[in-house]
Design a protein around this ligand. Sequence first.
Ligand code: GLC
Ligand code: CA
Length: 559
Amino acid sequence: MRKSTVRSWAFLAVLCFAIEAVASRCAEVPPGPKWLQTAVFYQVYPQSYFDSNGDGIGDLPGITAKLDYIQSVGCNAIWINPIYESPFGDAGYDVADFYKVAPRYGTNEDLKNLCAEAHKRGMHVCLDLVAGHTSVFNQWFQRSALDRPNRYSNWYIWTPARENAPGSQPFPGDHNRSDRYLPNFFPFQPALNYGFAQPDPKKSWQLPTTDPACIDVREELKKIMKFWLDLGADGFRVDMAFSLIRNDPDHKAISALWHNYRAWFDQEYPEAVLISEWSDPAAAIPAGFHIDFFLAFGEPAYGLLLGPNSRPDGDARKPHAFFERAGGGDIKAFIQNYLKHYTVTKSRGYISIPTANHDTPRPTWGRDEQEVRTIFAMLLTMPGVPFIYYGDEIGMHYLPQTPNREGGLLDDIQRCGSRTPMQWSKRKNAGFSTASPEELYLPIDPSESRPDAASQEKDPASMLNFTRALLRLRRDHPALANAADFQPLYAEEKSYPFVYLRQADGERIIVSINPTAHSCAIALNEAANPTPLLVRGAVFRNGRLEMDPVSFGIFAVER
Ligand code: GLC
Ligand code: CA
């Protein structure tokens, strides 16, 4: 063969390889706002973050004042729990006025300013959209309850009292109808009426999704989104996103609904994001969400990793979680389920496994700091969009003895234990507020050893600086990017460690995690010339990966 032929064949091969690499890379990057490819979220529970005016309750100017801190952690986006006018029966998830910031948090102008300040720093701000219900004090509900027909009569789901529909609630009042409404969560949170996918013909109160009242509700939600997006918000975390339509066993109608909103986003707000509290990425992402949380809603998801089975007072009948010192967890079951969702959604959206949220215990519960670091080493190197719950970056404690406030207690979980004020420093009230301690939203962690941001700032070995190091790694390495490839290398039932490969742009990174009190080792052929990037107690020796008790390793490897 002539030299020039060899050269052109070689050229063609390189070209094909390059085209394929680009094509496959393009195929892997989900559509939607480009900023999601590098987004790392920080969840702010506003009443507990920073109190700027000394009334004991965190507020919007307080969040604005802390944007530089949030950015210094390595986060470039925030999700704020509901900030709307509310009687706060469920910490603001009972909205009285969707168009108005609750006075305790500030004004709409303060929110506008927060968004503008975030944008100046290249950060994004998502609000919480409580789409499925309102407060009974919402004017829509108050009018809907009236015994004379009006625009709002069918905005909620009213059932004849004589039917005694399960869960239905009376709303007595001089001029109110005798029907009962269906709540969506707590009894004081009446469900908005988006209709029934398959209405029961014998129950005329079950309206089809095409009923004008249901369409009115649907359009109102759009108006709410438009209102805040125009003010500067960059998207929404949608509360109970799966819950809007009833009698919808195959998710067809709810998917169509979100599809519709997403098409509108793509057209009018292509840089805005929709994040679902659904915990079924295989349904939520094709329905139009950019991100879905992988939580503990029934399936072997979050629970198998972190809880509730990892609780120190855990229920012995439940399976162990993977992140338990005692071992006995089943990462295989978790990964099988995760992959089921990941493989069908990776080119369309992102899965998020948060460090915690305002409904769950914090990862520190029953664990020491090294154990929490192994959790972070995994969660911040997985694909998808990371979410750090405020205070987790400094290892704040879950405090089950915290007094109940604003509907915190749910089943046997005291959610307030994860909602205590952020600990900023060793100053009065941990630097959260200048109010007197009894005026605070919730008491500060009373522990002598409570962590705080200012002290950790100065300590290079602190949890805060560890979190920063992990996020720096994520930012600096294409193989750890949100949409980079993920492949488990070792994920066996009741066996450790858990090992996976991340790769992109020819870069390969192996992550290994051993949360147990026992050392472990496996043979691993994939790891040629490993370079440690961030390691604690893990080493490659003679083709084997050896891990100390409670250890992790993040290594760059060659093909
Ligand atoms: C979601 C919220 C939770 C709230 C509930 C009702 O699960 O995360 O805090 O109580 O919805 O809105
Ligand atoms: Ca305040």
